[in-house]
Design a protein around this ligand. Structure first.
Ligand code: AMP
Length: 271
């Protein structure tokens, strides 16, 4: 077995309709559908998920009152250092579902030069920048250091940041491997890996890079893996690189996000 490969263990399923009421409880509201990103009014509150007071304050200041389903269902597992397969689209609150518990887990400990403590892989610069913004917003009361390794920015600036040591490294796969091959980065201290939007990585041809990166990471890391759909290539990747994952599904594969309205407009062929 190669470094970073764990062999597959069947995932433990977490689905919202599985939450059964206790005997004597009033009849439950209709269970949120798997494709719903609207927080359930009777669902858990942010302060029951295991987040510290500093994070709860940052969450409140972001204007969030109730966790979305993916947040409610995955944050406690991430805090327990479980691997996660999150089947969720953008718009479901999935970014906070991994950034919030990561800030909590990384709050103790210090980064060494060139050895990031966590790594988030994003398919595009724009997504990488959005995740960085989330870390800034939710991490305002925690002093975590962060670097973005994306194309279009100078290697020198990025190298300087890495030299100072980073708790959170957010990168696109190609740029990360460029830094690695130049000897500017070591991946031996990465405790948490996030692979975000894996199906987009597949569409963009990044899966070989993601596999190469996974093999360079410590075997004992925690892996949080997100994809809106689960085509066979992505399924294979989760079986290869995740260990006993909890599966959290908030949207059916290949359905449209519920916050997008689709319309068909017929246009005359001569238009
Ligand atoms: P994401 O799916 O992570 O791209 O998040 C989609 C949007 O939902 C972002 O604008 C977030 O700021 C927002 N958001 C995330 N969590 C919550 C929440 N619990 N309540 C309200 N809005 C949220």
């Amino acid at each position: 077995m190669q470094d970073g490969e764990t062999g597959g263990t069947p995932p433990e399923d977490v689905r919202f309709e599985s939450a059964l009421p206790e005997p004597g409880e009033r009849p439950a509201e209709p269970a949120p559908s798997e494709s719903s990103e609207i927080p359930a009014p009777d669902g858990p509150k942010f302060d029951s998920l295991g987040l510290s007071a500093d994070l709860l304050k940052a969450v409140e200041q972001s204007g969030y009152t109730i966790p979305t389903p993916i947040q409610a269902q995955s944050i406690p597992h991430v805090l327990q250092r479980r691997d996660i397969i999150g089947i969720a689209q953008t718009g479901t609150g999935k970014t906070a579902s991994f950034t919030l518990p990561m800030i909590e887990l990384l709050a103790r400990g210090r980064a060494k030069a060139r050895m990031p403590r966590s790594l988030i892989l994003e398919p595009t610069r724009e997504l990488a920048a959005q995740v960085a913004e989330s870390f800034e917003k939710y991490g305002k009361y925690n002093k975590l250091s962060m670097a973005l390794l994306i194309g279009g920015t100078s290697f020198d600036d990025q190298d300087r940041k890495l030299d100072r040591g980073v708790d959170v490294l957010i990168a696109t796969p190609g740029r990360l491997l460029d830094h690695f091959s130049r000897g500017k980065l070591m991946l031996s201290q990465v405790q948490i890996l996030v692979v975000d939007e894996a199906d987009r990585m597949l569409d963009m041809g990044f899966i070989p890079d993601v596999e190469e990166i996974c093999k360079k990471l410590p075997f004992t890391r925690q892996t949080l893996f997100y994809s809106a759909t689960m085509p066979p290539e992505i399924q294979r990747l989760t079986e290869k690189f995740l260990h006993n994952p909890v599966r959290v599904e908030v949207a059916r594969p290949a359905t449209t996000a519920t916050n997008i309205t689709q319309e068909i407009i017929q246009v005359p062929s001569n238009d």
